[in-house]
Design a protein around this ligand. Sequence first.
Ligand code: NAD
Length: 355
Amino acid sequence: MKVAVLAGDGVGPEVIAEAVKVLAALRREGSAFEMEQASVGGAAYDAAGDPLPGPTLELARAADAILFGAVGGPRYDALPREKRPERAILRLRKELNLFANLRPASVFPELAGASTLKAEVVAGLDILIVRELTGDIYFGQPRGIRELNGGVREGFDTMRYTDEEIRRIAHAGFRAALKRNRKLCSVDKANVLETSQLWREVVSAVGKEYAAVELTHMYVDSAAMQLLKNPRQFDVIVTGNMFGDILSDEASMLTGSIGMLPSASLDEKGKGLYEPIHGSAPDIAGKNLANPLAAILSAAMMLRYSFDQDRVAARVEVAVKKALAQGYRTADIFQQGTRKVGTREMGDAVVAALS
Ligand code: NAD
């Protein structure tokens, strides 16, 4: 197994160094994978004039998984669109056909107080949102702004999904549910939208192939409410691009800390790009302040979803829990009575907790 390590800009290299530290510790114990680094984002633009240079894309293609940090920063904000660091991630998703976005939202009991919801509502929360990433109203044609009779202007977009696109994201949702608590909730708006009626029909048909998974359906407005009222009822949610965009951000806020949340974008065969959901955090970059746990938990997702090493992945997650239980906290999750540490020390604490 080969991992392409693309650390990027800002806090990206700092948090990825800690994830690599954890992976290197696992490798010393016998997990078989190799890692190779390449530049991406602003760093790659500085070195090669392109946020995704040819050799980086080739490495990403050849690898079984990509561990990605973050890209971007104020220095690059004035660049033309094609040269902006953020283009690298969009191009990687497109070139590698990464259509399934997996966003877990879990609340470690020690951090339940950081949520804006009551601790008893979110403590122990562990949900996964599987969002389709390449279709829906964000890409549907026709779209535009046109002038109607009398000079009235009209903006319009097209929501569309083919049954094949629905089928493949449904499979991704069911496969993820099989690795967890075997409950899948498909979210749509089938009471109003034709696209959603087809969605519900196809997801239900795919469900017949997964007898071990309990499938339910929910309208998106109801799902938005239930995520706030009783989020622990969910295990895996599968949904389209726009609904998933909104619900995954809502779910991430249940946890109260952006430095804790990993994500994955997968292709049909399980190859994936794994990254923390946070950006390059230029305000704290280079200060040993960033929380590396989102990057470390992204590496754990990589072990689970691309390498099928569920037990090793669980070991990493347990090590993170242990480090938190021992009181280690980076500044973003620090509370009185706990032990404030920097990025590197948090990585060390997780490595120590592995054994
Ligand atoms: P951001 O996620 O970088 O930062 C938002 C806030 O969260 C900041 O206060 C930051 O200090 C804090 N934060 C982020 N990660 C943290 C961590 N690991 N530990 C502790 N605190 C953390 O979002 P932003 O400020 O809107 O964007 C900064 C840059 O990152 C921009 O150039 C943006 O385009 C880019 N960005 C990149 C990605 C990506 O690479 N996938 C995603 C989002 C934003």
